[in-house]
Design a protein around this ligand. Structure first.
Ligand SMILES: [Zn+2]
Length: 188
């Protein structure tokens, strides 16, 4: 029996199972969907761009219409979300704390970029840092270890007027970063 045949025969059951799976793994399914969309967009970049160029006018009208017709629901959604925030404040704060814990690197970068934006000192993105790490053979520039997790270090600290541009960034392991024993210039 092919998959399709099986599906046709057990439609109801399969649908129910899918629904249950989705409900149970909400987060995972959402992530998978996101990744799928990303892959699709990457693969069909050219077609998407061509389509958008060709249909720019229609797309703009469509977007405007969509915005107009969803104005009301957007407001409803805002009120709903504000209410739900009030009701679940405590849980949300716990979740945020948990999220920050599990997304430390992202959070760190956001913080660095935020500080730099505040000072108008440029910003680096995750890709730049991973490129830099690769370029330097994934060495910590303090102890030259390659088996340690590397963190972002500002050669001239932000607090002393350093920038967030990639040339002011060096990868250091955690212990070197806290000792700040390395001041090597980065060979880019
Ligand atoms: Zn080190």
């Amino acid at each position: 029996m092919t998959r399709k045949e099986y599906y046709e025969k057990n439609k109801k059951e399969v649908k129910q199972k899918r629904k249950e799976y989705k409900e149970k793994n909400e987060e995972l399914v959402r992530e998978q969907r996101k990744a799928q969309g990303k892959r699709y967009r990457a693969k069909h970049q050219k077609e998407i761009k061509e389509y958008a160029d060709k249909n720019r006018k229609e797309l703009l009208i469509y977007a405007q219409n969509y915005r107009d017709s969803h104005e009301e629901t957007k407001l409803d959604a805002k009120i709903r979300s504000a209410k739900s925030y009030q009701n679940n404040k405590q849980q949300i704060l716990i979740n945020q704390k948990e999220y920050r814990k599990t997304h430390k690197e992202k959070n760190q970068q956001w913080h660095h970029n935020y500080m730099a934006r505040k000072k108008n000192n440029g910003s680096f993105i995750a890709l730049d840092f991973s490129k830099l790490k690769k370029l330097l053979g994934n060495h910590c520039l303090g102890c030259w270890a390659t088996d340690k997790k590397l963190t972002v270090d500002h050669i001239i600290p932000l607090s002393k007027g350093g920038t967030n541009f990639i040339y002011n960034i060096q990868p250091l392991c955690k212990s070197c970063n806290s000792k700040k024993s390395a001041y090597y210039p980065i060979p880019i």
